[in-house]
Design a protein around this ligand. Structure first.
Ligand SMILES: Cc1cc2nc3c(=O)[nH]c(=O)nc-3n(C[C@H](O)[C@H](O)[C@H](O)COP(=O)(O)O)c2cc1C
Length: 171
């Protein structure tokens, strides 16, 4: 059971919550969605709105779902579900049923558009987001040589900026 809270009361440290712990990105509809683990991302303010930014490689199955969805969720899990988080980051939804494999229990969040976004009963905190902007990274944008060297395979990230419509906390 989730309760809606305001972003103002969040005490999470984005550097640990995103970079160290990681979270699940879920995009798609209740009957056709995909989940992946992310530890790149940012929280902040743009266009006067609270936003989350995702960095997702084009090769991820989730990329297709993000491209086609009006929104997405970011689900943060309790530390004891670290194995679940890792599993979703080491397997692709192209050839695995991640819900069946992990035991994650889907929950649906209504969006203003009439769509329903997907999160999981086990989440401790959920950001339900409208996809506001998509940008494509390419090699010409890197200033530092070390970044050019890191992306020689051409599998560049898409940058998704989502307006945070709802912050939901486990009751
Ligand atoms: C801890 C962790 C963090 C990850 N962070 C990201 C990320 O921020 N962006 C990304 O594109 N892939 C990231 N990945 C890789 C994807 O989660 C992984 O390729 C996953 O299998 C993709 O699943 P999918 O093909 O079903 O979308 C991460 C993996 C792990 C284990």
């Amino acid at each position: 059971m989730f309760v809606e809270v305001t972003a103002d009361i969040l005490e999470m440290n984005p550097f640990t919550a995103i970079g160290k712990d990681g979270f699940l990105i879920t995009a798609g509809s209740p009957d056709n969605f995909n989940i992946m683990t992310a530890s790149w991302g940012s929280l902040g303010v743009l266009w006067g709105r609270n936003i989350v930014t995702l960095y997702v490689k084009a090769s991820r199955h989730t990329h297709k779902f993000l491209e086609e969805s009006e929104g997405f969720t970011c689900s943060f899990l309790e530390p004891e579900l670290k194995d679940t988080l890792l599993w979703c980051g080491q397997h692709s939804g192209r050839d695995n049923d991640k819900v069946a494999a992990t035991g994650l229990i889907p929950e649906f969040i209504p969006a203003q558009t009439g769509a329903e976004r997907v999160t999981f009963k086990q989440a401790s905190l959920v950001l339900s987001c409208t996809k506001a902007s998509v940008m494509q990274v390419d090699a010409s944008q890197f200033v530092l040589t070390e970044l050019k060297n890191r992306h020689k395979d051409g599998d560049f990230h898409s940058v998704y900026i989502g307006f945070i419509d709802k912050v939901l906390a486990k009751q």
